[in-house]
Design a protein around this ligand. Sequence first.
Ligand code: NDP
Length: 331
Amino acid sequence: MGTNFKAILIEHDGSRHSVGLTELPWDRLPAGEVTVRIACSTLNYKDALAITGKSPVVRKFPMVPGIDFAGTVEESSNSEFKRGDKVLLNGWGVGEQHWGGLAEVARVKPDWLIPLEPTFSFAQAMSIGTAGYTAALCVMALERHGVTPGSGEVLVTGAAGGVGSVATALLAKLGFDVVAVTGRLEESDYLTKLGAKRILPRSQFSEPGKPLAREQWAGAVDVAGGQVLANVCASMKYRGVVAACGLAGGMGFPATVAPFILRGVTLAGIDSVMCPREERREAWRRLARDLDASLLDTMTERVPLDACIPVADRLIAGTVRGRVIVPISNE
Ligand code: NDP
């Protein structure tokens, strides 16, 4: 292994937030039993919040951001992993409290790693990334609460973003009638290609509405939160299920209990960060089985490590389509 490695480093000194690509000596790597040579990482919404400093997602400074990575084990003192194993990491506070994936190497706890599904290349796994794995957790939650393709239309908000793109593709492949909600109607062809049957403008959901609206959706995957989530809940069919995973439209929830107590609507919360390992592995197995991998190229933009910082601004502005991957080695 080399003596130095490249990484994005975020520093915070009083009120001054700074971020840049830098070279760090090997001995700065944090403690951990497994050292991974990173082949590919990603830029998720949360990474963009960390890089821009728009939200206090980073809990310790200096921090290497990157909540996802895929790569090859370089060194391991744990019996579960050996040199040469292909592995994947999503979440667990990596990139927030522990140095993350926007670097050439990472050193982590073995419990945070899962084997890479053999179906996927490093780049494909990262095209899915935390966003796609969260989309799979949302789909699993809808199924667990009894939503089937025969139940009726399923709504996906923020459909042109990372979670939304993978949720749309997964649900469509499983035979659901997907209605995609987007603030970017110019992305309609893209959403249709992913499998959306109908496309609705986000404006239809972003203004305060009635506590109960016309019953329309059997299921929903919501990345927006805020007023959009409140309106989605109000327009669920009797016993409909909403998987809520995001806050792209706000942290608030200006809703009433009417949909829950009068229509038996279920609001299922989705957290990918601390999700138990077995459920993660199930989500990745489902992605390997149920996602049309040929769509991944359509939904992925490749950005080199030294260009991540400006792309983070575009992600926060909601102008990135689908997923951003950051190839780090040539593997
Ligand atoms: P992206 O930035 O890729 O996508 C977010 C999408 O939300 C945008 O593309 C846009 O889609 C839509 N959007 C943007 N602004 C607004 C707004 N003001 N109101 C409503 N919709 C808006 O992010 P990701 O897909 O990676 O993540 C989406 C959300 O999910 C984020 O809030 C993220 O933090 C959260 N998340 C949560 C996880 C968890 O564990 N719970 C894991 C992963 C993500 P369009 O243009 O189509 O409308």
